[in-house]
Design a protein around this ligand. Sequence first.
Ligand code: PNS
Length: 167
Amino acid sequence: MKTCRKTAIYPGFFDPITNGHLSIVSRGLDIFDRVIIAILHNPKKEPLFTVEERMLMIQETLKGNPNVEVDTFDGLLVDYVVQKKAHIILRGLRALSDFEYEFQMALMNRKLNRNVQSVFLMTDYKWFYISSTIIKEAASFGGDVSGLVPEIVNHKLKEKFAKTKNT
Ligand code: PNS
């Protein structure tokens, strides 16, 4: 049941997107009309996948869903939210360990713009232990991460780490 007709911005690095992220998108769509997945383009950080690769993997995974948009941003998140004429930031929570960082970020965002609200949804319990970082760590040593990430991500991870092994 829809409780409000709104757009939510779901920001992150998504390096790469996992089933945990997808669970938040799907739950977000139960509440909001549209979810914009906003990939932070941060030149200071060295990601495994380029922004373009991350965007393509997300688009491929969620293709055919008219209520999901994939976009990139840089600079302040709250400025991007305003630029998209939205005022909701959607974030996922797994364990208690996420809380401190999320709480800090939500309060800073509120200080920067009082009209922007942060909304938190719980990831499905099946994905509690996964993060992009732990997925990359396992995949880099040849671990099987199928079932934890979309098929295209699994495939690209294998490709990426096969390449680094051969160089
Ligand atoms: O995937 P992550 O690491 O959980 O995403 C963090 C992200 C991208 C949401 C956060 O770093 C962010 O919003 N960065 C943009 C810069 C900004 O607005 N900073 C001030 C608020 S903390």
